[in-house]
Design a protein around this ligand. Sequence first.
Ligand code: 13P
Length: 344
Amino acid sequence: MLEHAQTQQLNQIAKRLVEPGKGILAADESNATIEKRLAKINVPSTEENRRSYREMLFTTKGIREYISGVILYEETIMQSTHVGVTFVKTLEDAGVMAGIKIDQGTKEMEGSANEKVTKGLDGLADRLKKFQALGAKFAKWRAVITIGQGLPTRSNIVQNAKDLAQYALVCQQVGVVPIVEPEVLMDGAHDMARCEEVSQQVLEAVFEQMAAAGVALEGMILKTNMVVPGKESGQKATSAEIAEATLRLFESELPPTLPGQAFLSGGQSEVEATANLNEMAKRGPFAWNLSFSYGRALQDSALKTWAGKPENVAAAQKGLLHRAKMNSLATLGKYSDAAEQKAE
Ligand code: 13P
């Protein structure tokens, strides 16, 4: 059990991360993932290109109004701006907290080759302490659940939930707020009802394992998917339908002591991710704050505009700031087409 004061400290950070009007920028793409993103703009994934892309994101003026924290990858948390200020200090000076992607990616699950479990429990406490010393106030661990023929298996759900709980406990013991990310993938031909059913099983298992491990729910953030139809299902759902299904799920599974749930975008477009969050926030308030922790849905436009060219930095930053602002409005249920169209 954590001391009361420790839990309080974690709770303060967790609440700041999901404060109304604010959310998290997930800029923690692994080198394999950022390589794919950079390939789309024909920029080779060299260390310098990855660094200058992240510098563009993190030096966006005014970002603190909408962004509470940024999740960094291991390489990125060690990097600095071109004038030699570490990214962590750059963010701190801008009033934004730094976090670390602490999981080490996924691997095939033993006995179920088409399912994944997440790596990174070995030596976790020491790695967390190292990144905490570099300034990380929170961490992220992503578990992926695949829907398919006969999938997910019960054992995959339970294994991922157990690993998430173990990770969250170690984070809290070290004094770092865990972002607990069970992601039910959008890939597949399943319908929306199937996504809801699987997401429900996953969240139920996650909170069961959190309780069994003794994780303080006040000192963590959930980062999970919305209830949406599979990408290859041919089904289209409106924002209202997505909001209703997702909230039905959350009302049944999210404990009221949880400070917040910050959505991943998971392959939704920028505008979809914003509009869907807005539909949910409009139906609030809830016991937990609803916020965002988007990767692609915050960066897509900025990445395209940047295109690897220094002369595009200001325009790309404008794009990022606009998305951050739209999502900030969405956490308040105040996003609109008019706001979307309005130039900064
Ligand atoms: P997306 O919003 O692009 O899904 O990324 C969020 C994230 O951090 C996935 O782990």
